[in-house]
Ligand binder design. Structure first.
Ligand code: NAD
Length: 270
């Protein structure tokens, strides 16, 4: 079997084209404000990707860069002022924050109506990566209901909300994490396997059921012949021979996450 590619790049472009048309008809362009604290190369790349896409589809993107020594109270005051600013429709705080800042507390302070990353438990939005994964499966008409879904990773950002979303869609869901004793016993059960651990080559072909759908959320930077290469958590080449569908890295969940974020933002204004 050779798996069909779940082409997040292509699907995200289709979603973004639709959003651009909607935005073109709006009297007032939506504003997305991103806060970036400190200097983390990966975070700067992620924010840059969001900025590029936002500009392309007509969103006003405002990046607020704060130094790494920004205090908790300064950040809280900034969020409070953005919550109150009627010109701002969406607020995102790029993660990870420097370790001395209380990330969970910050999430709780963002107005749930503007929390387009969906990190406040009472946010009105599905977290962007989760939304992107579901949109991708929908595009390829992959059924979720009654399927056995295994999610690896229990982070607040990806694993947990994704597992809950599959549960809401009537799948039978198992969640695995770093302490799960025998990962292969769990992963082999999965009709849909979602991997969000942040470990390259965590999932080899012998851990995947024949015909499974494999969603690789991981982004790992590895050095190959002196160059930095992005890879996921799944051994893509080998798993492609077993799975029915698989996401590439890059070009799978990454662009769908950005599209999911923009979809959330546009919903704040409609
Ligand atoms: P995290 O470090 O907060 O969580 C990782 C989770 O994986 C934890 O729950 C941990 O228990 C589990 N885990 C780690 N190693 C494991 C192992 N060997 N076996 C089983 N479980 C293991 O990370 P996160 O923020 O959830 O991100 C996970 C990965 O997804 C990272 O590579 C991150 O860069 C990537 N990511 C990608 C996107 C995207 O748009 N593609 C978005 C967000 C995060």
């Amino acid at each position: 079997m050779t798996a069909e590619l779940l082409d997040g790049k292509k699907v995200s472009e289709i979603i973004l084209e639709g959003l651009a048309k909607k935005i073109a008809k709006m009297q007032k362009k939506p504003n997305l404000t991103a806060i970036l604290v400190g200097e983390d190369t990966a975070s700067e790349i992620y924010v840059g990707q969001k900025e590029k896409v936002a500009n392309k589809i007509g969103i006003n993107f405002n990046l607020i860069k704060k130094p790494g020594n920004t205090s908790q109270i300064e950040l809280e005051t900034l969020i409070d002022s953005l919550n109150k600013d009627p010109k701002v429709q969406g607020i995102i705080v790029q993660k990870p924050l420097p370790s001395k800042l209380e990330s969970d507390k910050i999430d709780l302070l963002i107005d749930p109506k503007k929390d387009v990353d969906g990190l406040n438990p009472i946010s009105e939005f599905t977290p962007a990566t989760t939304r992107g994964i579901i949109e991708l499966l929908n595009f390829y008409k992959i059924k979720i209901e009654a399927k056995r879904v295994v999610v690896i990773g229990i982070s607040k950002l990806v694993g947990l909300p994704t597992a809950l979303e599959f549960l809401n869609k009537n799948a039978t869901v198992s969640i695995c994490h770093i302490k799960t004793p025998k990962l292969v016993t769990e992963t082999k059960q999965a009709d849909i396997l979602v991997v969000a651990a942040g470990h390259s080559n965590l999932i080899s072909a012998n851990m995947v059921k024949k015909g499974a759908v494999v969603i690789d959320v991981g982004i790992n930077r590895i050095e190959k012949r002196g160059k930095i290469k992005l890879v996921g958590d799944v051994d893509f080449q080998a798993v492609s021979k077993i799975a029915s569908f698989v996401t590439p890295v890059p070009g799978g969940v990454g662009p769908m996450t950005v599209a999911g974020l923009m979809q959330n933002l546009i919903e704040t204004t409609s």
